[in-house]
Design a protein around this ligand. Structure first.
Ligand code: SF4
Length: 215
């Protein structure tokens, strides 16, 4: 599959919501700066026509507030395929015409973690701040949690020519005391001819310094 598709194509989609997470862009510069921008939400849906397959669509805060979507809802809509595959984690974006086909009425009966509850506003995510989360946890125990996040990351690789490298990274906005939490390996951040430095967790402490262990 090409990293860049020249043309974006409109598609119709339908599926059952299995997870709702914030959609973010993270800018990294060595270990001097890690800034999280909260730009919307990713809906992860089980494909009803292809059992076992999931796909994700990027929606705005306004669309979530209007639809109040929950895990278990069956939705359909339109969207566009992405042009820059290495920059956008969601499979489809520019979502429109969302319709609720059926509404999940039961509240989650599971005790957290993971937190499968009403998704908060982007401002709440912004205020809480995020810690690096192991990718395997994101994929498994944490996948349905409202505090889990897979970010579109830009690593500033050269300031003079404004060259950035792109990748995806998993984060957690949840309580620091969560028993599922594990950071995973320190993440390398490169800059031009310098060898990589590693984000070993102290940026996590800075990003989440406003809250205590159980918040
Ligand atoms: S580690 Fe974070 S994302 Fe995972 S269940 Fe706990 S709070 Fe949720």
């Amino acid at each position: 599959m090409n990293q860049t598709d020249k043309k974006s194509v409109k598609v119709n989609w339908q599926g059952k919501v299995v997870s709702i997470q914030p959609r973010t862009r993270v800018w990294r510069y060595l270990i001097d700066n890690r800034t999280h921008y909260h730009i919307g939400y990713n809906l992860f849906l089980a494909d009803e026509e292809d059992a076992g397959k999931t796909f994700s669509v990027a929606i705005s805060e306004k669309q979530l507030a209007k639809g109040l979507f929950r895990v278990g809802d069956i939705l359909k809509g339109t969207a566009w395929t992405k042009i820059y595959k290495q920059r956008e984690f969601a499979d489809y974006y520019r979502v429109g015409s969302i319709e609720i086909i059926s509404r999940e009425s039961r509240k989650s009966e599971k005790l957290p973690p993971p937190w499968i509850i009403t998704v908060p506003s982007l401002q709440i995510y912004e205020e809480r701040g995020a810690r690096q989360l192991s990718k395997s946890r994101w994929n498994t125990k944490c996948f349905q949690c409202i505090w889990a996040n897979m970010a579109n990351v830009e690593v500033q690789w050269d300031f003079d020519r404004n060259i950035k490298k792109y990748r995806f990274e998993s984060f957690c906005y949840g309580p620091k005391s969560c028993k599922f939490y594990t950071m995973g390996k320190p993440r390398p951040v490169s800059y031009k001819n310098l060898g990589p430095v590693h984000d070993e967790g102290w940026l996590d402490d800075i990003c989440t310094e406003r809250r205590g262990e159980d918040e």
